[in-house]
Write a protein that binds this ligand. Structure first.
Ligand SMILES: NC(=O)c1ccc[n+]([C@@H]2O[C@H](COP(=O)([O-])OP(=O)(O)OC[C@H]3O[C@@H](n4cnc5c(N)ncnc54)[C@H](O)[C@@H]3O)[C@@H](O)[C@H]2O)c1
Ligand SMILES: O=C(O)C(=O)C[C@@H](O)[C@H](O)[C@H](O)COP(=O)(O)O
Ligand SMILES: [Zn+2]
Length: 365
């Protein structure tokens, strides 16, 4: 049995990230290690695609250990990251009798993780929660405490920082993940490599075939390396007063693409993949880096990810959305730009004409 453990070091709010197989059978023990005992009722939030596969696998050991537990299911998909779904979950939590000692378990991908985490952040002004990620992408979303929902005018516009008590990533769940979602998850794995670890980027290039075949040892290694980069950044700058913004590489453009298409055209990872190519081109134009967009494009393409902007979106709309990005200040555009492979910098005040040129090149095959 594979099992690897890391820590997000946040003083008395530090928590473990456990990555391995067959972990759900031991879920009660992990919860008790975090002082979530059968005296505490649990709301398991999941989605309509995950519930049929893993609902029972999570509920059964909890019930056997004496927990009072209820499962709440939201429709699968990005549209569930909404205030409407949040409000419905609050109602279910109240009716179930959740109190300040209760905990929320987020069983699913980033949508469930962000939504259920936000529920935990606001329910009775904050209760504990646990992340049970079931997508590759959720190696990113389950760590670091960014929770929230979308607004039609902007991605993740409503949310809170609220750290989980525990991240328990059972890699067995990845067996049922659709191929498109696996690729989408690799976009954030590649992001972690491109911002912090050139060797990891080369490793991802070398092992792409086995990783796409879901070789369990390599997949676990990719998750652990990605989580380790994220955990280190979060530990140094939990609330994004500076350094943490590097985790947003590809997202100024990526989030604009998602919002401009009503969160329907691309998955989050696909939008970030196109965004990383765009921001690599932008880095070359601004002069922070040389010769990075070619490698970025090739690596993402090896994982079947989109690397050109092939949707007829107006530059005006994308620029408006990018000015609303959470990193932006005083109407200035802020981007995370590469300095090379494995290193990036946060660049404020990028000129609009240069962004337009990057978008033009991003549209080229
Ligand atoms: N909080 C953060 O730091 C952070 C980081 C990255 C991304 N995100 C957010 O995460 C979201 C994207 O997450 P995602 O890509 O995991 O999408 P998702 O949660 O929508 O999952 C993708 C699809 O796969 C299905 N699915 C999930 N696990 C499955 C499994 N094991 N087997 C079969 N089907 C499964 C889901 O039902 C869904 O249809 C976006 O909203 C993004 O903004 C947040
Ligand atoms: O954890 C972070 O910080 C990130 O930026 C990780 C991103 O992959 C993630 O998509 C995050 O939700 C984006 O946050 P936002 O603040 O730009 O909405
Ligand atoms: Zn992301």
């Amino acid at each position: 049995m594979i099992m690897r453990t890391l820590e997000v070091a946040l003083g008395d709010r530090s928590y473990p990230i456990v990555v391995g197989s067959g972990l759900y059978a031991d879920l009660p023990r992990w919860l008790q290690l975090r002082h979530i005992t059968p005296a505490h009722s649990l709301l398991v939030v999941t989605d309509s695609s995950v519930a049929p596969h893993y609902g029972k696998r999570v509920l059964t050991p909890l019930e056997s250990a004496g927990y009072r537990v209820q499962m709440s299911v939201v429709p699968a998909g990005e549209a569930s990251k909404s205030l409407d779904q949040l409000s419905r979950l609050v109602e279910e939590a109240i009716r179930f009798g959740m109190d300040r000692d209760s905990a929320v378990l987020a069983l699913g991908g980033g949508v469930v993780g962000d939504l259920a985490g936000f529920l935990a952040a606001v329910y009775m002004r904050g209760i504990r929660f646990v992340q049970l990620p079931t997508t590759l992408l959720a190696h990113d979303s389950s760590v670091g405490g960014k929770t929230g929902v979308n607004h039609p005018l902007g991605k993740n516009m409503i949310g809170a920082f609220h750290q989980p008590e525990l991240v328990l990533f059972d890699v067995d769940t990845l067996a049922t993940l659709p191929e498109r979602e696996l690729a989408s998850g690799f976009a954030e794995v590649i992001k972690h490599a491109l911002i912090a670890d050139a060797d990891f980027a080369m490793w991802l290039e070398q092992h792409h075939e086995a990783l796409l075949r879901r070789d369990p040892t390599l997949l676990t290694e990719a998750i652990v390396r990605g989580c380790a980069i994220k955990a280190q950044v979060v530990a140094r700058d939990e609330r994004e007063s500076g350094l943490r913004a590097i985790l947003n590489y590809g997202h100024t453009i990526g989030h604009a693409l998602e919002a401009a298409t009503g969160y329907r055209r691309w998955t989050h990872g696909e939008a970030v993949a196109i965004g990383m190519v765009g921001e690599a081109i932008l880095g070359e134009l601004v002069g922070t880096a040389r010769d990075v967009s070619g490698f970025t494009r090739r690596l993402l393409a090896l994982y079947g990810l989109p690397v050109t902007l092939d949707e007829p979106l107006s530059d005006e709309e994308l620029l408006t959305l990018m000015r609303r990005d959470k990193k932006a200040r005083q109407g200035e555009y802020v981007f995370v730009l590469p300095k090379g492979i494995g290193t990036v910098e946060v660049k404020k005040g990028v000129e609009e004409r240069v962004i337009r040129e990057a978008l033009r090149r991003l549209k080229e095959e």
